[in-house]
Design a protein around this ligand. Sequence first.
Ligand SMILES: *Cc1c(COP(=O)(O)O)cnc(C)c1O
Length: 421
Amino acid sequence: MKDLVSRDLDAIWHPYTQMKTATLPIPIVKGEGVYLYKENGEKLIDAISSWWVNIHGHSHPYIAQKAFEQLQTLEHVIFAGFTHPQAVKLAENLLSILPKNQQKIFFSDNGSTAVEVALKMCLQYWYNKGEQRQKILAFKNAYHGDTFGAMAVSGRSAWTAPFDNLLFDVEFIDLPSEENLENLKSKISNLKSDMACFIFEPLIQGSGGMLMYEAQYLDELMAHCQQEKVLTIADEVMTGFGRTGKLFATDHTQHKADIMCFSKGLTGGTMALGITSCTQEIYDAFLSDDKMKTLFHGHSFTANPVACAVANASFDILMQPETIQNIQRIEKKHQAFKAEIQDHPKLKDVRQTGTIIALEWNTDGTSYFHSIRDTLYQFFLDQDLILRPLGNIIYIMPPYCISNEDLDYIYTQIKKALSQF
Ligand SMILES: *Cc1c(COP(=O)(O)O)cnc(C)c1O
């Protein structure tokens, strides 16, 4: 029998991977807490939460137990015309911690589908009301997923280039700041009669390079959208469930979005599940004796009972005081590390929000394809550390259960890299 990597190469096409030049995939056979284990028993620190999904550590025994129990009870049921206890419990759990204006929960499969649903809710909201509003507003450098609608509202980049002609028109604006806020507001006012909605990643643009901006200016933009009756969609797929130091990034703002999107940490990173929540007003716009006003959207695995059970288990852990303390502990450690290195001559910028810290290497050009990326990626792997740079930007986004010792180890390796590259 061939080894695992050879069998992988024979059969598998990996995501976001140039298969011709990629380094060999590393087989992982076990996960526990913040560690991932290789075949030979060596462990890696997962400092990026396995593509930003894991919040409570790998193979969490409580989550595993709840998944097992659910698998023995009900593994799946069609979600049109039927319901089940785990979906109802999850909807109630989420509504208990979401902003009060969020009143209804719609299930789908992942972050991209959560965004697709949000866009369809907004566009059809206006359609159902008989108003011609079809334009969408988004931030430059946004990332909202890889399906076509989600790609369309994402910034145009190397990732979208082959499809750019096919993506619907979106109005892109800069991130808000003290200087440009009034400009952005008047732009929105000028476009408002065509504008269906404004979609944004609150506080942090993840894939765009961990670009951070201030809650205060987002708040003012949201207030302005409300005033102009432009619907707002907070894509909390990455920021949700504690990442920014509060349960949700929009907990940092006074004004609340009409629609919110969740995935990634929703199940503690254990299973794929997407959720789009909305206000009563959005929901009511689809209530009618006219069947044409129905939201015709659903996936085979909508509200899968095992995924919902796992999300409920993750919710239980999230609500424990210890989890909130861990989030605050990581935040403090990151802040101290930032203070220590922010003036380093090799760094262009160090930024931190909640449990995420990002360091931007001082390189010529900031492309996602910058060669420093591969150098740093390999360097950290050699130190038994998974840090996966976005071009010249490295970031730490750990599961909340990471120890102070492991955080210190990561900081030390980063300082080593700073002295070496
Ligand atoms: C990852 C991400 C998505 C897409 O989620 P998938 O589950 O990968 O489809 C959407 N929006 C944001 C902000 C993300 O970080």
